[in-house]
Ligand binder design. Structure first.
Ligand code: CMP
Length: 144
C-alpha cells in the first residue's frame, strides 16, 4: 500500500524562492516525489481543497490569497509520509513551529506559512483529487 500526501508550496513560498528548499527536505528524509506541477489555483479549487475551513473567519482570505499567484503542487510517497510530512512542515502557526521545521525556520505569520500539507488520509485523498488526475501520479522504484 502506497501512502501519499499532498504538499503545496504556497504563493508566499514561491515568491520567497523556497521551492528547492522544501523539496530538498522531503528528499533528504527519503520520501519519493511522484507528481509535481505549477498551478494557478482558482477559488473553486481552493474551496474544495480547504473544505474543512469553510465558515472560518479567515476562509475568504485563504481563497483570495491562494488564488492570487502561482503555487507548486506535489504528491509525495512513503511509509508514514502524511504524519512525517506534517512534522517536516511544523505547526500551522509558525510562531509555535519548532526551529528545524520549514515553518519554524522560514515563517512568522499563519496566513503566510509557506507550505501546506495534508493532515489526514481523508484530506490527502481529497486534496490530491483536486489538483491531479490519477494518471499524473507516477509509480517508480529506486534502483539497486
Ligand atoms: P494550511 O496548512 O494551508 O491549512 C489551512 C490554512 O489556513 C493554514 O495553513 C493557514 O495558512 C490558514 N489559517 C489557519 N488558521 C488561520 C487563522 N487563524 N488566520 C489566518 N489564516 C489561518
Amino acid at each position: 500500500t502506497r501512502e501519499h500526501t499532498f504538499i503545496m508550496v504556497k504563493h508566499d513560498g514561491v515568491q520567497r524562492g523556497l521551492i528547492g528548499e522544501i523539496i530538498r527536505r522531503f528528499e533528504n528524509r527519503g520520501f519519493k516525489l511522484v507528481a509535481i506541477k505549477s498551478i494557478q489555483a482558482t477559488r473553486a479549487q481552493l474551496e474544495v481543497h480547504y473544505e474543512d475551513h469553510k465558515g472560518k473567519n479567515y476562509f475568504e482570505s485563504l481563497l483570495g490569497y491562494g488564488s492570487s499567484g502561482p503555487a507548486i503542487a506535489m504528491v509525495w510517497e512513503g511509509h508514514g509520509v502524511i504524519t512525517a510530512g506534517r512534522s517536516i512542515l511544523g505547526a500551522t502557526d509558525p510562531i509555535k513551529a519548532q526551529p528545524g521545521t520549514i515553518r519554524g525556520d522560514y515563517a512568522t505569520a499563519i496566513g503566510r506559512n509557506v507550505v501546506h500539507g495534508s493532515d489526514s488520509e481523508k484530506a490527502a485523498k481529497r486534496e490530491i483529487d483536486v489538483w491531479f488526475k490519477p494518471e499524473e501520479i507516477l509509480t517508480w522504484h529506486r534502483a539497486g
